[in-house]
Design a binder for this molecule. Sequence first.
Ligand code: AHM
Ligand code: MG
Length: 280
Amino acid sequence: MVERVLEAVAAVAPEVRAGLPGRRVYDADENPSGEKQLAADVYADQLFEERLLALNAVGSYASEERESVIEADEGDTYHLAVDPLDGSSNLKSNNAMGTIVAVYDEPLPARGEHLVASAFVLYGPITTMTVAHDGTVTEYVVDESGDRTVVDDDVTLPDDPVVYGFGGRVPDWLDDFEAYAREIEQELKLRYGGAMIADVNQVLEYGGVFAYPALDSAPNGKLRLQFEGNPIGHIVETAGGASSDGARSLLDVEPTELHQRVPVHIGNTSLVERLEDALE
Ligand code: AHM
Ligand code: MG
């Protein structure tokens, strides 16, 4: 049944992509996290809401762009948390962006263990979709009609890590995180693009570590647990890597509210363990 949800996400992806030119301007509104919204954020959110809520099995739809959960008239199997355009500030400069869809079997906010499937679409030179479900991660290419072709039926982090990308301004990092970063930059190659999906996808492809850590000015970082931390943690852990809020797997973080933020660190297990040791 979850396949219907994934199919619908793939079907909407080319429409989102086709709607981006002309929607690179800021809207008057802010999202519930107080960030400026682009016309493209609002457009993608409306498309996903309409298509996903229409599915029989979907009981509710929550999005980074809306204050509260929207309930379906019927259906209560799946509860979706969607980041319609992750990294949308990259639209102005025409860099990569993504969509994240977390499929939970509990009403939100829910713990990571309630994820039935997690998926992201990457709007890069090619539109791809990466899905964690039933213990494996699959990567697809999505064509203009929303049909998917498998390109990797067992996405696994490579053993020898190559890249790292850390968000937030360096003077805003906590001292322990900075000390860890100084070690990592001696070992790996910097690749940071400002869209989590694109940065995480490089880690899946080349191995390494991505973080949007706790900051002096924002103790829980920037990324959101229900929409970003949980599904990305699920995908990376299913691909053989690890995730952490600094002390525990992202999937074990207690949810308290829909838009709660969480420090995010994901990547090869050895690198995430070192991070946890550094922050202890
Ligand atoms: P968004 O979902 O509102 O686009 O915000 C999340 C994005 C992430 O994709 C990315 O990791 C982070 O914000 C980048 O932030 P910064 O521009 O501060 O580096
Ligand atoms: Mg996002």
